[in-house]
Design a protein around this ligand. Structure first.
Ligand SMILES: [Zn+2]
Length: 242
């Protein structure tokens, strides 16, 4: 059986927990995570075991909270399939699966509040170095990790430069640069062509989207675009087709 089917299933099953995490983490910079319904103030059910039971609605007033659970589950299944299909039985597949689920969470948080919280990008960076380093150690070849670290520096540096060019808060931000560095680590680990394809596809998708939105008048030149989901889409394309 294709490993991708198993990892897609794991991803789908994580959908409710990811959807609840996305709701709780979709806050302004510096604000604590949400613990209550944003409509009626009812406390969200406590306990880690309640996360997989999340329905996307408040238990008290029934209002929808955060992203739709089926959409998150679908995105997690696609991400899970991509990494499982690509890596197969490689020891790095577990690290990539957690990375894919973290990316799904990042995408939904970025769409909701235009932020890519450090609480998500930093652990994914640490996980990458430790998890992929361990996989390389088991495979007795450290070259992929080294390539990933160089990829992180290149991608992070490029987007840091873009953020610096536009310091007015529009366009690329620091969060995008940090995400680009993390994606550079994982895509660089897979190969140079994956890194280039991922960054190019992500930037291209964002540009096409911006042009369409400008042409149809749904966005003006001053609108801020959340780049995170496009960078993540580029990474998905690279993992699937690289
Ligand atoms: Zn409520």
């Amino acid at each position: 059986m294709d490993v991708g089917v198993a990892t897609a299933l794991v991803g789908a099953l994580c959908g409710p927990a990811l959807a609840r995490s996305a709701y709780q983490m979709s806050v302004d910079a510096g604000s604590p995570a949400r613990r209550r319904c944003g409509h009626c103030g009812q406390r969200l059910p406590a306990g880690a075991f309640r996360f997989p039971l999340w329905t996307g609605r408040c238990g008290q007033c029934g209002d929808r909270l955060g992203p739709r659970v089926w959409a998150v589950a679908l995105a997690a299944a696609v991400g899970g399939f991509a990494v499982g299909h690509r890596l197969g039985n490689d020891p790095a597949v577990l690290t990539f699966l957690v990375f894919a689920l973290g990316c799904v969470l990042l995408a939904f948080v970025d769409v909701a509040v235009r932020r890519l919280p450090d609480q998500l990008t930093a652990p994914l960076a640490v996980l990458g170095v430790v998890g992929l380093g361990t996989a390389n150690y088991l495979n007795r070849d450290m070259t992929p990790l080294l390539r990933g670290l160089i990829g992180a520096a290149l991608a992070g540096g490029l987007f840091l430069a873009l953020a610096w060019v536009r310091p007015d808060g529009e366009g690329m931000g620091l969060g995008d640069a940090k995400l680009a560095a993390v994606l550079g680590l994982y895509l660089g680990y897979l190969g140079w062509s994956d890194l280039v394809l991922g960054m190019f596809a992500g930037t291209f998708a964002a540009a096409v989207f911006a042009v369409v939105m400008l042409r149809t008048g749904r966005m003006d030149r001053k609108s801020a675009l959340a780049y995170g989901p496009f960078l993540l889409l580029g990474a998905l394309i690279a993992v699937l087709f690289g």
